[in-house]
Write a protein that binds this ligand. Sequence first.
Ligand code: IMP
Ligand code: MG
Length: 167
Amino acid sequence: MTRAEIEAKVDKLATQVRRDYLDRNPVLICVLKGSFVFTADLVRRLDFPLEIEFVQLSSYGKGTESSGKIKVEKYLRYPIEGRDVLVTEDIVDTGITIAFLLDYLRREKPASLKLCALVDKPSRRQVQVAIDYLGFTVPDKFLVGYGLDCDENFRYLPDICVLEEQP
Ligand code: IMP
Ligand code: MG
């Protein structure tokens, strides 16, 4: 996806989010690290009151495979009970990470909890995840750029590119 295609898609997502969350003072939860570029671009297209929180998760696994064991590295600093919460994620792959986070957040009793994901790779799904706002659906290729990394490299690239040679 080129930067122009990403821009157009983020515009579209922002329009949908604005329509649904205007006057609700939502909490957007950015899932670090991959989602920081996407979330930053999304919130700059929103022109109503909202709060931004960050969580960071890590999964123990080999290489690009998720093991299913997730560790919460960084968590919310403020309660989200009774709030309208929108999680912003870079990519949903097996779904294990985001399903874990959504279950975790649900225990905090938010008024509502929805997911906005820039990229979906449905062919690799192991856990069912409902994506309420979705940018792109892609085949099973490893992607880098626009926040997405391979071993912490390539996050700075403005386009989303297929990594041809996996390490
Ligand atoms: P899941 O638990 O398998 O859904 O993994 C989700 C996480 O793995 C995402 O939040 C990304 O951080 C990372 N991930 C999955 N696919 C890719 C990819 O193609 N490129 C970069 N990171 C990815
Ligand atoms: Mg991520």
